[in-house]
Write a protein that binds this ligand. Structure first.
Ligand code: FAD
Length: 288
């Protein structure tokens, strides 16, 4: 099916893009187009105006500034997967990017597009929650930094207003003795996560778990932090028994999605099993 007709605008700066967004109420931002264009072709979305942000230089690239990694919203999944900065300072992000779709999708799709779209089965949200990223939202004349924890509201819904642009993702550089892992069960046709678990741990002086973070995607209508699991492990010895016990709480209070690909019970089961596996791998990597 063809999309409904639309006007196409291509700003060359963030200032121009936010000005266009402020003056076109029925506009949609186009980044990699790998979620928006399928929706337009199915006529689930019919924006009157597309504002293509794909060629704004300030929205692309990854840099390090004062202990933070700054990732431009239009950085492709592939650029993140292959970034030496991410691999060295926050490998969880590179590993997550590598797990997305196939090579064509990774070469066009962007981190900002994935986060803004908020598909409940997308991979990025799990990792973004686990690394405690902050998302920079810019509108004409104003900007704000939103913690990842507060960004996702529900299925395909975030705190972003229609005139706001996600411009950057800010991520702290890992402290020493930090390990991480992203593990997913892909839906065989699309590659989207039936369940995806991102775990990141930092070990203290006596191999205790100084910091534990677990982000889970694919299970419920929005990605979440497995706080009961995290709290059970905080300050504890990093043993397989403690992890196995804590992972049983990874779905505490979670209402799971069910569809033709997986029942709610199966998703909950996967989340608990993959939380255990991701944490064990993260601990192994933190030990070096
Ligand atoms: C065959 C296929 C397989 C896929 N497999 C996976 C997978 O395994 N895992 C996975 O996570 N994803 C998967 N995806 C989705 C893919 O990762 C998309 O690239 C991503 O979801 C959207 O990014 P995009 O840059 O293409 O955004 P677009 O499609 O351009 O935009 C998506 C939405 O976000 C908005 N938007 C985009 N950028 C911004 C911004 N900077 N500020 C504000 N709003 C913005 C748009 O207006 C639109 O509403 C798959 C897609 C396809 C087609």
């Amino acid at each position: 099916m063809f999309p409904r007709p639309f006007d196409y605008l291509r700003p060359t700066s963030v200032a121009e893009a936010t000005r266009l967004l402020a003056s076109h109420a029925e506009a949609k931002v186009l980044a990699g187009g790998h979620s928006l264009l399928p929706m337009m072709k199915l006529r689930l979305a019919s924006p009157r105006v597309l504002i293509d942000i794909g060629r704004i230089p300030e929205l692309t690239g990854i840099r390090e500034e004062n202990g933070m990694l700054i990732i431009g919203a239009c950085t492709t999944h592939y650029a993140a997967e292959s970034s030496p900065l991410l691999r060295r300072h926050c490998p969880l992000l590179a590993e997550t990017a590598a797990a997305i779709g196939d090579v064509q999708v990774r070469n066009r799709g962007t981190i900002g597009g994935s986060l803004a779209h908020a598909d409940p089965a997308a991979d990025w949200p799990a990792a973004i929650l686990a690394v405690e990223a902050q998302l920079k939202l810019v509108r004409r004349g104003a900007e704000r930094l939103v913690p990842a924890r507060d960004f996702f509201v529900d299925l395909l819904t975030t705190v972003m207003q229609s005139d706001e642009l996600l411009t950057e993702i800010h991520v702290p550089v890992n402290p020493p003795r930090t390990g991480s892992a992203y593990l997913k069960v892909p839906q065989p046709a699309s590659g989207f996560a039936l369940t995806g678990v991102a775990a990141q741990v930092t070990l203290g002086p006596n191999n205790t778990l100084e910091r534990v973070a677990v982000g889970i995607t694919g299970v419920s209508s929005k990605p979440y932090r497995a706080t009961a699991t995290e709290q059970a492990l905080q300050g504890q010895a990093a043993t397989a028994e403690a992890v196995a016990q804590a992972a049983t709480q990874a779905t505490a209070g979670v209402e799971a999605l069910a569809d033709i690909h997986a029942s709610a019970e199966y998703r909950l089961h996967l989340a608990r099993v993959y939380t255990k596996r991701a944490l064990l791998r993260a601990i192994e990597r933190a030990r070096g």
